[in-house]
Write a protein that binds this ligand. Sequence first.
Ligand code: ZN
Length: 278
Amino acid sequence: MATYKLPGPICQFWNWEDIIDGTLARAPSPSPQMIGASDSDSATANPAATTGGCPYLNPRSTGTVRAPQTAFDHLRNSSSSARTTNPQQIASHSWSGGTSTPAIEQNIQIGNQTIRVVRPTDSAARGKNLPATSQVAEALRAIPSNQRTHTSTVILSPIAHPDSTTGHTVAGAAGSGVITLYPVSSTQSQNDFDNHFMHESAHNYQGHLWNSGAAVAEWGAAARSDGRLPSPYAGENTGDDFCEFLILYNASRGTPCEATARHLYQHRWQKMTEYQSR
Ligand SMILES: [Zn+2]
């Protein structure tokens, strides 16, 4: 039987630039409502609204999901610490698109998992707004180990993605255990990297879970049953819907926000919980 392959590349996360430019802050938000106060949580209503303490769970009107720093810090509290090996010089690394330059390689050890990081030299990284290795390590620590185990390599490319154009920056990609970040024009915070790495690692995790078209369709059915999207980016395709929701799932599980998340995304929550045991 032929091996099922997801269409690739399975993530070309191009719209971070729109978000970090601050357009989210200027975008109109749905007016808050109490859950159950109206028919806004019926199968067809979108967006719904959460109660006050967990606004990040609300369906976004623009861009992508963005869980707060406190949620990632909570996840890191139950994670092993990270140990990073000394940087090793690589004489020539071929980045996606074919350009080769000198590079630096390090391993990040978290618990019993080792993740290889390939980054540009300091001079080549200047102005590219890529994370420091320590920021990568912190972002990886926030990803639950059963999901993180499906990511083996992080590539921080100083060369733009071949599909990037003026006004359309491919900022990240993932698949087959590799996460690649590309240069962006705006400064990135740890919270930006936390959200980006969790989204991209979710693509590698779904590659483990989805071994048939039917398996992908099961997620799509759950998403449709919920009747709302976590973000417009989740509407790009089934794979990105999974990644956007997994950020909300990880961020809210075991916190006072969990009940709200279960309410808003009942069918996705059930399916994602089922996945956790695989
Ligand atoms: Zn994606």
